[in-house]
Design a protein around this ligand. Structure first.
Ligand SMILES: NC(=O)c1ccc[n+]([C@@H]2O[C@H](COP(=O)([O-])OP(=O)(O)OC[C@H]3O[C@@H](n4cnc5c(N)ncnc54)[C@H](O)[C@@H]3O)[C@@H](O)[C@H]2O)c1
Length: 377
């Protein structure tokens, strides 16, 4: 018999769907002591929240997240709302003794993040942040190979996250679907939205970042604001590039933009070490490219590893070797790990405290771009 884990989901947009899917699927594929129960979904629009609840089979609906948190029958609050709401909801949930699963980026800035970390640590509630790309099997395999020392000393870490959906100067900012263009709701542009993923993975694979030098650009300076109906200054960064030093002595190069025609979600990273290199690309997420200089010279070259065999991370739980899985499974894996850690009394990485480190790097990047100088993290 599994133990129920009653979920209260806040926000029924893109992430609300990926998380709901993960809660529904996880026990079908992973044997766990706990079983998520879709107890309540919370959204401000009652009709839309009811429709979401009906489609995804949530037992009930709330239109005020404070009421959701006050409910005795909710064990965990899952925050799938825009970035400017994370801190208030997470802190209130922790104070009410609820577990908190929060979407990334953790917060609008490190100061808010510090308060969130303090709240979950004081309440001693399980917490995690949905940096889901760590749980793409090929990325988890990259972590394993780095940890085994196969690359040797690391010299370079290179990462990009490229999109092209905000090039149209007539695109408004703010409100549903376009809150990412509104600095008041998002906190920053590509830095917090896209580079935060690259930074989280980088810290996980290659350790802490010591200092950064960055440049940002806002290509479209004014946009109509959906909430005020007025043309307003755009406060987000449309593009950002930065260089950094990692604590292990390696050099980092990161770039993100929403102005790269032809690219929808081109998240890539490459790591170069003394013995070999690793390369990964979200558009081909089940493959990990690996080069080992110690291979016999006549067959030395890039290995294109199809990450589908049962001895590769998470893959024994899915189909048979050769058959791949996709994006939605990364969220299933995070829930599976959360449930396993919960039963074992362990923290699930990344915790709020770990995600705060990414927030500090994002802040250093934005400050460096503003002051045109190197910034320590
Ligand atoms: N892990 C990832 O890869 C990933 C991908 C996309 C988004 N995100 C993050 O997830 C969060 C949500 O993004 P999204 O793409 O799902 O956005 P979305 O616009 O699709 O959905 C946001 C939802 O929040 C609701 N909402 C807004 N304010 C609210 C409030 N005060 N109370 C209750 N509901 C409220 C909206 O009505 C909507 O249902 C953001 O923090 C974003 O950065 C993470």
């Amino acid at each position: 018999m599994t133990k129920p884990l009653n979920i209260g989901l806040v926000g029924y947009g893109f992430m609300g769907r990926t998380h709901s899917n993960a809660y529904k699927r996880v026990n079908d594929f992973f044997e766990r002591e706990y079983r998520p129960v879709l107890k309540a979904v919370c959204g401000r629009d009652a009709e839309k929240a009811e429709a979401f609840a009906a489609q995804w089979q949530y037992e009930s609906v709330e239109t005020d997240w404070q009421k959701l948190i006050a409910r005795q029958d909710i064990d965990a609050i899952d925050i799938c709302t825009p970035n400017n709401t994370h801190a208030e909801i997470a802190i209130a949930a922790a104070e009410a003794g609820k577990m908190v699963l929060c979407e990334k980026p953790l917060s609008m800035d490190p100061e808010e993040g510090e308060r969130m970390v303090a709240a979950v640590e004081q309440a001693k509630v399980p917490n995690t942040v949905w940096y889901n790309y760590r749980r793409v099997p090929a990325v988890t395999l990259a972590k394993q190979l780095v940890q085994e020392g196969r690359l040797g000393r690391i010299f370079h870490y290179r990462s990009q996250f490229l999109q092209d959906w905000t090039i149209d100067a007539d695109l408004p900012q703010g409100g549903a679907a376009l809150w990412r263009l509104d600095v008041g709701a998002a906190g920053s542009g590509v830095t917090g939205d896209l580079l935060a993923h690259c930074i989280d993975t980088a810290i996980w694979l290659n350790g802490s970042i010591r200092d950064v030098t960055a440049m940002t650009e806002t290509f479209v300076k004014e946009r109509m604001h959906n909430l005020t109906g007025k043309v307003e200054k755009v406060g987000i960064d449309d593009a950002c590039a930065f260089l950094c030093h990692f604590e292990n002595g390696s050099l980092g190069l990161f770039e993100s933009t929403r102005y790269a025609r032809g690219h929808k979600a081109l998240y890539t990273f490459e790591i170069n070490g003394e013995h070999g290199s690793l390369r990964w690309d979200l558009h081909d997420l089940h493959r990990l490219e690996y080069f080992d200089h110690r291979d016999e010279s006549i067959i030395r070259g890039w290995h294109d590893v199809h990450v589908t065999d049962g001895d590769m991370p998470y893959m024994d739980k899915w189909w048979v070797p050769g058959l791949q899985i996709g994006y939605e499974h990364t969220f299933v894996h995070q829930v599976a790990d959360f449930l396993e850690d919960l039963a074992a009394g362990r923290a699930t990485s990344p915790t709020f405290a770990e995600a705060l480190e990414t927030q500090k790097v994002c802040q250093a990047v934005l400050s460096s771009a503003e002051t045109a100088s190197w910034m320590s993290v």
